[in-house]
Ligand binder design. Structure first.
Ligand code: ADP
Length: 306
């Protein structure tokens, strides 16, 4: 294998309104979506694995089968007796989406309970991806277990990639949220935030302020996403680079825009280390994703050139 990308977090059961009262079942979650797009765009000699915890029930079996079918490896997924995956429902009211969640006792909350399992999986990987949602679902002691393994990986020279993906409803205490997101960044070599979240929750005046804050925490590489406008990259000692978003005629569904950007970016960056080219590629990929329904868009919807 040329390399291995490991994504750590929570994949949930998704129930979406179909016809009338019927619901359609799917599976999604930010870090899983990122793994899905990394798998789609990485060469076959890379492996992509997902690390989470699920139960031993039927829906957990189904979720593992689904993940496996996408080509994302499931051997690092823990199975926990007596727990089930988290679940969310998408409600469509006059074209507007709203969400209900049942995830307070999800199996994924135990994903960092076995430190030696985490260490083995991380040591066998070159790129490790996690998010603010991964941290938000964990108890403070589990956050510390995960971050100490990630700090170890960063010190060993691995790429540790963090998308703060701030979801205020997952954090009861906003000061603890900011502290934990900052701790996540300190454990990382690359942070990929969305500017609107950072502005809202850290009060950053502009993108330069977001970059300066993360660089000040010891993060060597930052990619700030700014929706339709584009992304700004601060990589090592190279001057700031701006890469515009691709043109989109008609937005169909913006679900997973940021996750697909991250996955596509990492897939390209892993291969040749050219961050600017990777951002251009990821902008094209994310533009395709938002012109289709759902979080996980199939390979045939992308230009053959991607
Ligand atoms: P998130 O979904 O995490 O909030 P953004 O909204 O910043 O992330 O979008 C992530 C990426 O998706 C952007 O960097 C851009 O490449 C693409 N994107 C999002 N919205 C648009 C849009 N309206 N037109 C073109 N590209 C877009």
């Amino acid at each position: 294998m040329a390399g291995r990308l490991l994504s750590i977090g929570e994949c949930m059961v998704e129930l979406m309104q179909a016809e009338g009262d019927l619901l359609r079942k799917g599976y999604a979650g930010d870090t899983f979506n990122t793994a899905y797009y990394a798998r789609l765009f990485l060469p076959r000699d890379w492996s992509v694995d997902y690390l989470t915890a699920v139960g031993t029930d039927t829906v957990s079996d189904e979720m593992l089968a689904f993940i496996g079918k996408t080509g994302v490896g499931t051997s690092t997924i823990r199975r926990v007796e007596g727990r089930s995956p988290g679940l969310y429902m998408i409600h469509l009211t006059d074209g507007e989406r709203s969400f209900s969640y049942w995830r307070s006792v999800s199996a994924a909350k135990t994903l960092a309970d076995d430190a030696s399992h985490l260490r083995t999986a991380i040591e066998a990987s070159d790129i490790i991806v996690f998010s603010g949602i991964t941290l938000a679902i964990l108890a403070p002691s589990a956050v510390e277990t995960l971050l100490s393994e990630l700090r170890r990986a960063k010190a060993a020279g691995k790429h540790v990639v963090f998308d703060p993906n701030i979801r205020p409803r997952l954090w009861d205490d906003k000061a603890y949220m900011r502290e934990t997101v900052s701790a996540g960044a300190r454990a990382s070599s690359l942070v990929m935030p969305s500017f609107d979240d950072e502005q809202a929750h850290f009060g950053d005046a502009d993108i330069a302020a977001t970059i300066a804050r993360y660089r000040g925490l010891g993060v060597d590489n930052v990619v700030v996403k700014d929706g339709p406008k584009g992304v700004t990259l601060s990589f090592g000692d190279t001057p700031l680079q701006f890469v515009p978003s691709a043109n989109v005629e008609k937005i169909v569904d913006t679900t997973s825009a940021g996750d697909s950007f991250n996955g596509a970016f990492l897939a390209r960056y892993a291969v040749d280390g050219d961050a600017t080219a990777a951002a251009r590629f990821a902008a094209e990929a994310a533009a395709t994703v938002i012109q289709h329904h759902g979080a996980l868009v199939s390979r045939d919807k992308f230009e053959a050139s991607l």
